[in-house]
Design a protein around this ligand. Structure first.
Ligand SMILES: O=C(O)CCC(=O)C(=O)O
Length: 259
């Protein structure tokens, strides 16, 4: 893999690793903020009647001026994504997870082998995953497992193959893994008792509906950088009424280059 570019690795093997991508100080901020988001998400779930489900998980950690917002404003991997999608892209989802011993219960989704895109598309890349290690990922604390090259085949590998071909993604805190969302992957069981936090983001082509209306959630003043606003979905919004639709070019909700 030495002489392949990150995009070649993504294409051929389905994933690519960036060791030491984030520094310790920023990782600490992200970890602290993730815990705040996890408590907030639990409160919301209780309020809406979902109860004590999805323990340790927070979805859509956006809407506050914290390190999560800073991370999105950094436009991480901008060059890789532009090449991967062959043009502009948007944030599709942004969540975080505190993987602890015995995590399963009601939220087994991540610990079973799965794909994060429900429509299989081998040639047209629709979605890419970003996995950020906020703690060292080790085999005992439940490092993510991936099946190299499984993004190239539509069918799910059988259970035997999944176990035989899976590779652990171990690494130091601050390591980031990008993977094609067609790649089969899973969090492995945490047997160590150490908490293993991670952030999981997905980015997509702009014509794919994001999991949350991030543009509305963060507001139009999120950034003065048009490239950041692009990623938030500002140039691929859905008009809400006829006034929105009939706008001069500069006021369009959905721009021509968004696919
Ligand atoms: O936490 C992990 O190891 C895997 C996360 C995952 O499967 C996902 O975000 O889809």
């Amino acid at each position: 893999m030495q002489d392949m570019t990150h995009n070649e690795e993504l294409k051929e093997i389905g994933y690519t690793i960036f060791p030491g991508f984030l520094d310790k100080h920023f990782i600490n901020r992200l970890s602290k903020d993730l815990d705040v988001w996890i408590d907030y998400a639990s409160d919301v779930r209780r309020k809406t009647g979902l109860g004590d489900v999805m323990e340790g998980v927070a979805h859509h950690v956006m809407g506050k001026d914290d390190s999560m917002a800073d991370l999105v404003r950094m436009l991480p991997f901008d060059e890789v994504f532009r090449e991967y999608f062959d043009g502009p892209y948007i944030l599709n989802s942004f969540g975080g997870l505190k993987h602890v011993k015995g995590l399963s219960g009601d939220y087994t989704h991540v610990s079973n082998f799965h794909r994060d895109v429900r429509t299989y598309s081998s040639n047209l890349t629709l979605l890419i995953n970003v996995l950020i290690m906020l703690e060292d990922f080790t085999v005992p604390n439940g490092a993510t497992r991936v099946i190299p090259c499984s993004h190239k085949v539509e069918e799910r590998p059988d259970d035997e193959e999944l176990l035989a071909r899976s590779k652990y993604l171990t690494g130091k805190a601050g390591t980031v893994v990008l993977f094609d969302s067609n790649l089969w992957h899973a969090a492995s069981p945490n047997k160590s008792g150490e908490t293993r936090r991670a952030l999981t983001l997905t980015y997509s082509r702009p014509f794919i509906k994001p999991q949350m209306d991030y543009c509305k959630l963060v507001g139009n003043n999120f950034s003065s950088d048009p490239n950041v606003m692009q990623v938030i979905g500002f140039r691929s919004r859905i008009p809400q009424n006829h006034m929105d639709w009939y706008q001069p070019f500069e006021g369009r909700f959905y721009y021509l280059d968004q696919g």
